[in-house]
Design a protein. Structure first.
Length: 48
């Protein structure tokens, strides 16, 4: 299982482990995945 504390700790440790460009890429990838999941759920709701 994924716990919020675990995710928060991982995100807080990323700036020390990666450079600014890598960190920005991870944030954008996460945002795109969340948008895609939201669109998928909306499509499932409207297509019955």
């Amino acid at each position: 299982m994924i716990y919020p504390e675990k995710i928060r700790g991982m995100v807080n440790s990323l700036p020390e482990e990666t450079d600014a460009q890598g960190f920005k890429r991870i944030i954008y990838t996460d945002a795109l995945l969340r948008i895609a999941a939201g669109l998928f759920l909306l499509a499932g709701f409207f297509i019955k």
